[in-house]
Design a protein around this ligand. Structure first.
Ligand code: SRM
Ligand code: SF4
Length: 568
């Protein structure tokens, strides 16, 4: 008996390895849009069709089609680019996009507002830089992220090579990419497989891998389908504890959907970790739910079958079981700002950017500054998983030159980035994200500014608090790992989530549901005052909320959708 495939699965099968009619749609100049099916397929190629939501009503009034444009996301495993690549990527922001570079929460760049007519040119320029957008979105393995770890240069370089190797192993292969974007001849032959790993159905859903190097957890390693925690002994990388089944997304009011932290399954030596990732991805490829996309992430496969089942399947797919996990300690999931020294005598400068949006504005010429730095820099640039940037591997001779440029353009200006802002993150949301229910990136400076005032009034202006905002419950800024987190409900209204730890190992709890800014601040003010009076040395706000009994235990499937309070 043959079972009927779901619409999403059938689309993949019928797409002839992701070709669909994308090329024809791009050639059609009558509309700025492409078809719905091609929109789904272009995701695998790293691009989404969007429309400018601020302009929707006006365009409707004028009887015009929505202002369609495309978001393009790059695949940059480990987030490392050379100065030459930086200059090329910067130029694309003007020639094809909205003149901004946006660092994402997965350590790569996004371009926004790219018109259909410019898409091929953009992809070709990216290709000329030795980069691509393959699998940056879609039902495949996404950008492999890793700790930026600038101070341990040798370990970082090894970890970066592994991020590249894992990404390369799980990158989709079809020639459709070269044909559609780079003008190569069509080589499709019915019946001939172009995807040795994925086959014609690819993954049931997106799949994500992250690497952390303890004590840093800047990659929020447990929020991923596979989280690799590096184990270093005698300054050598010996392997990884492997955690499985992490993910952040949920749908409001649907108790069957939930964020989940990955569970540590065991240890795999470094020389077998790429194979292990492939084996785990293959388990999800073969057992993930292909009927219900809301239940198709690996976290549900793991919960449906259990960890014991996973261990057995892993041994079968990998050829040997994992050994017992090794002890590790994760201390923080934010970035470490300012200058750090590497073991090789070179320096690194980690800079804060508001939600990763790098732009030239009246207040700051960030893009110009980084362009000038890229012209003289001989090391590399590393995007962090918290939307910030490291100018890495600066030689002692180069350091004064870079320092001068940083100062000239005010890039490291402390007053522009008070303490609270440093550990804040917001997803893109409006105006480009089609799923946004509320503002996020555009709202973060206002919200954090108000909290900064409270922190200053209570005498804690230097306190770091992990703050996350998203425009909907999908979790793109990993909000369930925020000590304070807002998830959008409607314009101007958010769920307030509180009490994650400072290291990405405990999720927060839903405290208030569907409330406005005034209510949120009214709820936070007394808690922050109490924190100022009663906190223990080095205690973080999230931990304090739990110790002081202000919050109950961590969110569980039972408590997940119920707010702790209904009024302030
Ligand atoms: Fe995300 C969908 C932006 C990281 C969970 N995400 C989207 C889309 C593409 C909206 C859409 O489907 O139409 C957003 C595009 C907005 C725009 O205009 O640019 C979007 N996600 C982002 C980025 C750019 C947020 C940011 O501000 O940096 C991040 C890009 C990462 C990258 O470079 O690959 C981004 N998204 C994440 C993360 C965080 C992470 O991976 O560490 C998550 C939570 C982790 C996870 O996957 O579980 C995340 N995004 C989602 C989901 C919910 C998935 C789920 O399992 O329920 C969606 C919606 C979906 O897939 O249906 C989504
Ligand atoms: Fe869009 Fe929601 Fe992701 Fe924010 S969290 S970018 S609003 S999908």
């Amino acid at each position: 008996m043959t079972t009927k495939l779901s619409e999403a699965e059938q689309l993949k099968v019928d797409s002839r390895y992701l070709r669909g009619t994308i090329a024809e749609g791009l050639d059609d100049t009558a509309s700025g849009a492409i078809s719905d099916d091609d929109t789904k397929l272009t995701k695998f190629h790293g691009t989404y069709m969007q429309d400018h939501r601020d302009l929707r009503d006006e365009r409707r009034r004028q009887k015009l089609e929505p202002l369609y444009s495309f978001m393009v996301r790059l695949r940059i495993p480990g987030g490392v680019v050379s100065p030459q690549q930086w200059l090329g990527l910067d130029a694309i922001a003007d020639s094809c996009s909205n003149s901004t570079l946006r660092i994402s929460t997965r350590q790569t760049f996004q371009y926004h507002e790219v018109l259909k007519k410019d898409l091929r040119s953009l992809m070709q320029q990216v290709d000329a830089l030795g980069l691509d957008t393959r699998g940056a979105c879609g039902d495949v393995n996404r950008n492999v992220i890793s700790n930026v770890n600038p101070h341990q240069s040798a370990i970082h370089s090894e970890i970066h090579q592994l991020a590249l190797a894992i990404s390369g192993r799980l990158c989709w292969q079809s020639s459709s990419y070269a044909e559609i974007w780079l003008g190569e001849e069509c080589v499709y032959q019915p019946g001939k497989s172009e995807e040795p790993f994925y086959g014609e159905q690819y993954m049931p859903r997106k799949f994500k891998i992250a690497i952390a190097v303890p004590p840093e957890n800047d990659s929020d390693v447990l929020a991923n389908d596979i989280g690799l925690i590096a184990i270093i002994e005698n300054e050598k990388l010996i392997g990884f504890n492997v955690a499985v089944g992490g993910g952040m997304g949920l749908t409001y009011g649907e108790p069957a959907t939930y964020p989940r932290l990955a569970t540590v399954a065991g240890f795999v030596p470094a020389d077998r970790i790429v194979d292990a990732c492939e084996a785990i991805a293959a388990i999800q490829r073969d057992f993930g739910d292909r009927e219900n996309r809301a239940h198709a992430r690996f976290k549900y496969t793991i919960d449906d079958h259990g960890m014991e089942w996973f261990g057995e399947k892993f041994a079968e797919y990998h050829g040997e079981p994992m050994t017992e996990a090794k002890p590790f300690e994760l201390l923080r999931n934010g970035d470490r700002f300012g200058w750090t020294e590497s073991e090789n005598g070179h320096s690194n400068l980690t800079l804060y950017f508001n939600c990763g949006r790098i732009a030239d504005t009246e207040k700051a010429k960030e893009r110009t500054a980084l362009r000038e730095i890229a012209k003289v820099h001989q090391g590399e640039f590393r995007m962090t998983c918290n939307q910030n940037l490291v100018i890495a591997n600066i030689s002692p001779e180069q350091r004064p030159i870079i320092e001068k440029l940083v100062e000239q353009y005010g890039l490291d200006d402390g007053s522009a980035r008070p303490a609270l802002r440093l550990n804040s993150m917001a997803c893109v949301a409006l105006p480009t994200c089609g799923l946004a229910m509320a503002e996020s990136e555009r709202y973060l400076p206002t919200f954090v500014g108000k909290l900064e005032q409270i922190m200053s009034d209570i005498g804690l202006p230097e306190q770091l608090i992990n703050i996350r905002i998203t425009g909907c419950p999908n979790g793109c800024a990993r909000p369930y790992l925020g000590e304070i987190a807002l998830t959008g409900k409607a314009i101007g209204r958010y769920n307030l989530n509180l009490g994650a730890d400072f290291s990405g190992q405990r999720m927060n709890r839903l405290y208030l549901e569907n409330v406005d800014e005034a209510t949120i601040l009214a709820a936070l003010q007394p808690m922050l005052e109490q924190f100022a009076e009663q906190r223990e040395q080095d205690e973080h706000f999230g931990d304090f909320l739990i110790r002081a009994g202000i919050l109950g235990a961590e969110r569980t499937p039972e408590t997940l959708h119920q707010p702790l309070k209904t009024t302030v």
